[in-house]
Design a protein around this ligand. Structure first.
Ligand code: FES
Length: 154
Protein backbone atom coordinates (compact mmCIF):
# COMPACT_ATOMS: atom_id res chain seq x y z
CA UNK A 1 0.00 0.00 0.00
CA UNK A 2 1.13 3.52 -0.81
CA UNK A 3 1.31 5.56 2.39
CA UNK A 4 3.81 8.34 1.86
CA UNK A 5 2.45 11.19 -0.20
CA UNK A 6 4.30 13.53 -2.49
CA UNK A 7 4.70 16.64 -0.33
CA UNK A 8 5.60 18.94 -3.23
CA UNK A 9 2.39 18.18 -5.06
CA UNK A 10 0.38 18.74 -1.90
CA UNK A 11 2.17 22.03 -1.21
CA UNK A 12 1.36 23.10 -4.77
CA UNK A 13 -2.34 22.45 -4.21
CA UNK A 14 -2.29 24.32 -0.89
CA UNK A 15 -0.48 27.25 -2.51
CA UNK A 16 -3.04 27.36 -5.33
CA UNK A 17 -5.92 27.86 -2.90
CA UNK A 18 -4.18 29.94 -0.24
CA UNK A 19 -6.26 33.02 -1.07
CA UNK A 20 -9.43 31.00 -1.46
CA UNK A 21 -9.78 28.84 1.65
CA UNK A 22 -13.53 28.41 1.12
CA UNK A 23 -12.93 26.26 -1.94
CA UNK A 24 -13.05 23.09 0.15
CA UNK A 25 -14.56 20.90 -2.56
CA UNK A 26 -12.10 22.17 -5.19
CA UNK A 27 -9.16 21.54 -2.85
CA UNK A 28 -10.35 17.98 -2.21
CA UNK A 29 -10.95 17.46 -5.93
CA UNK A 30 -7.35 18.45 -6.70
CA UNK A 31 -6.05 16.12 -4.00
CA UNK A 32 -8.22 13.27 -5.22
CA UNK A 33 -7.02 13.85 -8.78
CA UNK A 34 -3.39 13.89 -7.68
CA UNK A 35 -3.40 10.82 -5.42
CA UNK A 36 -6.45 9.01 -6.75
CA UNK A 37 -7.93 9.19 -3.24
CA UNK A 38 -7.83 11.49 -0.21
CA UNK A 39 -4.86 10.42 1.93
CA UNK A 40 -5.34 11.04 5.63
CA UNK A 41 -2.01 12.87 5.77
CA UNK A 42 -3.15 15.32 3.09
CA UNK A 43 -6.49 15.89 4.84
CA UNK A 44 -4.71 16.67 8.11
CA UNK A 45 -2.39 19.13 6.39
CA UNK A 46 -5.27 20.90 4.60
CA UNK A 47 -7.14 21.08 7.89
CA UNK A 48 -4.19 22.80 9.56
CA UNK A 49 -3.22 25.10 6.70
CA UNK A 50 -6.74 26.37 6.05
CA UNK A 51 -7.97 26.10 9.60
CA UNK A 52 -10.85 23.86 8.54
CA UNK A 53 -11.85 21.22 11.12
CA UNK A 54 -10.86 17.74 9.95
CA UNK A 55 -14.38 16.56 10.77
CA UNK A 56 -15.75 19.04 8.22
CA UNK A 57 -13.35 17.85 5.54
CA UNK A 58 -14.32 14.26 6.26
CA UNK A 59 -18.01 15.03 6.05
CA UNK A 60 -17.51 16.71 2.65
CA UNK A 61 -15.38 13.76 1.54
CA UNK A 62 -18.03 11.22 2.50
CA UNK A 63 -20.92 13.27 1.07
CA UNK A 64 -19.61 13.21 -2.51
CA UNK A 65 -19.30 9.78 -4.04
CA UNK A 66 -16.49 11.01 -6.32
CA UNK A 67 -14.22 11.18 -3.28
CA UNK A 68 -12.56 8.18 -1.73
CA UNK A 69 -10.86 7.98 1.64
CA UNK A 70 -9.18 4.72 0.75
CA UNK A 71 -6.62 4.18 -2.02
CA UNK A 72 -8.10 3.49 -5.44
CA UNK A 73 -6.63 1.31 -8.14
CA UNK A 74 -4.90 2.70 -11.20
CA UNK A 75 -7.71 1.28 -13.34
CA UNK A 76 -11.36 1.55 -12.34
CA UNK A 77 -13.46 -1.41 -13.50
CA UNK A 78 -17.22 -0.91 -13.65
CA UNK A 79 -19.26 -3.97 -14.49
CA UNK A 80 -22.83 -3.37 -15.55
CA UNK A 81 -25.55 -5.27 -13.71
CA UNK A 82 -28.46 -3.40 -15.29
CA UNK A 83 -31.34 -5.46 -16.66
CA UNK A 84 -29.99 -6.16 -20.17
CA UNK A 85 -26.52 -7.02 -18.86
CA UNK A 86 -27.95 -9.10 -16.04
CA UNK A 87 -30.03 -11.14 -18.49
CA UNK A 88 -26.94 -11.74 -20.61
CA UNK A 89 -24.73 -12.93 -17.76
CA UNK A 90 -23.39 -9.76 -16.14
CA UNK A 91 -23.45 -11.39 -12.70
CA UNK A 92 -21.31 -14.27 -13.97
CA UNK A 93 -18.79 -11.75 -15.35
CA UNK A 94 -18.75 -9.96 -12.00
CA UNK A 95 -18.25 -13.21 -10.09
CA UNK A 96 -15.42 -14.24 -12.37
CA UNK A 97 -13.60 -10.88 -11.96
CA UNK A 98 -14.13 -10.91 -8.18
CA UNK A 99 -12.75 -14.43 -7.98
CA UNK A 100 -9.76 -13.81 -10.24
CA UNK A 101 -8.77 -10.48 -8.68
CA UNK A 102 -9.46 -11.71 -5.15
CA UNK A 103 -11.60 -8.69 -4.27
CA UNK A 104 -15.29 -7.89 -3.94
CA UNK A 105 -17.10 -5.02 -5.63
CA UNK A 106 -16.25 -1.76 -3.87
CA UNK A 107 -12.71 -2.97 -3.18
CA UNK A 108 -9.24 -2.38 -4.60
CA UNK A 109 -6.53 -4.94 -5.29
CA UNK A 110 -3.58 -4.98 -2.90
CA UNK A 111 -1.21 -3.88 -5.70
CA UNK A 112 -3.49 -0.87 -6.44
CA UNK A 113 -3.89 -2.00 -10.02
CA UNK A 114 -7.68 -2.28 -10.07
CA UNK A 115 -10.73 -1.02 -8.22
CA UNK A 116 -13.99 -2.82 -8.91
CA UNK A 117 -17.57 -1.58 -8.79
CA UNK A 118 -20.96 -2.46 -10.23
CA UNK A 119 -23.05 0.02 -12.19
CA UNK A 120 -26.63 0.04 -13.47
CA UNK A 121 -26.89 0.51 -17.24
CA UNK A 122 -24.15 2.27 -19.12
CA UNK A 123 -26.48 3.16 -21.96
CA UNK A 124 -25.08 0.60 -24.41
CA UNK A 125 -27.38 -2.34 -23.69
CA UNK A 126 -26.90 -3.64 -27.26
CA UNK A 127 -23.38 -4.62 -26.20
CA UNK A 128 -24.51 -6.51 -23.08
CA UNK A 129 -22.90 -7.72 -20.96
CA UNK A 130 -20.69 -4.66 -20.63
CA UNK A 131 -17.67 -3.68 -18.56
CA UNK A 132 -15.89 -0.32 -18.56
CA UNK A 133 -12.22 -0.11 -17.63
CA UNK A 134 -11.19 3.51 -17.19
CA UNK A 135 -12.68 5.08 -20.32
CA UNK A 136 -12.72 1.88 -22.39
CA UNK A 137 -16.00 0.10 -23.02
CA UNK A 138 -15.81 -3.67 -23.48
CA UNK A 139 -19.01 -5.33 -24.67
CA UNK A 140 -20.36 -8.75 -25.52
CA UNK A 141 -18.21 -10.15 -22.76
CA UNK A 142 -17.86 -13.74 -21.78
CA UNK A 143 -16.27 -15.34 -18.73
CA UNK A 144 -13.53 -16.61 -21.04
CA UNK A 145 -12.72 -13.21 -22.51
CA UNK A 146 -12.85 -10.98 -19.47
CA UNK A 147 -9.54 -11.81 -17.80
CA UNK A 148 -7.55 -11.58 -21.04
CA UNK A 149 -8.98 -8.08 -21.47
CA UNK A 150 -7.94 -7.10 -17.94
CA UNK A 151 -4.45 -8.47 -18.47
CA UNK A 152 -3.82 -5.68 -20.96
CA UNK A 153 -4.14 -3.10 -18.17
CA UNK A 154 -0.79 -2.99 -16.41
S1 FES B 1 -28.02 -2.74 -18.86
FE1 FES B 1 -25.88 -2.81 -19.13
S2 FES B 1 -25.55 -1.26 -20.60
FE2 FES B 1 -27.66 -1.16 -20.25
Amino acid sequence: MKDAINEDKLSGIIEKYKDNPNATVAILQDIQEEYNYLPREAMTKVSKEFNIPLSRLLSVATFYSAFSLTPKGKHQINICLGTACHVRGGARIMNKVERELGIKRGETTEDLRFSLDEVRCLGCCGLAPVMVVGEDVHGKLSEDKVMSILEKYK
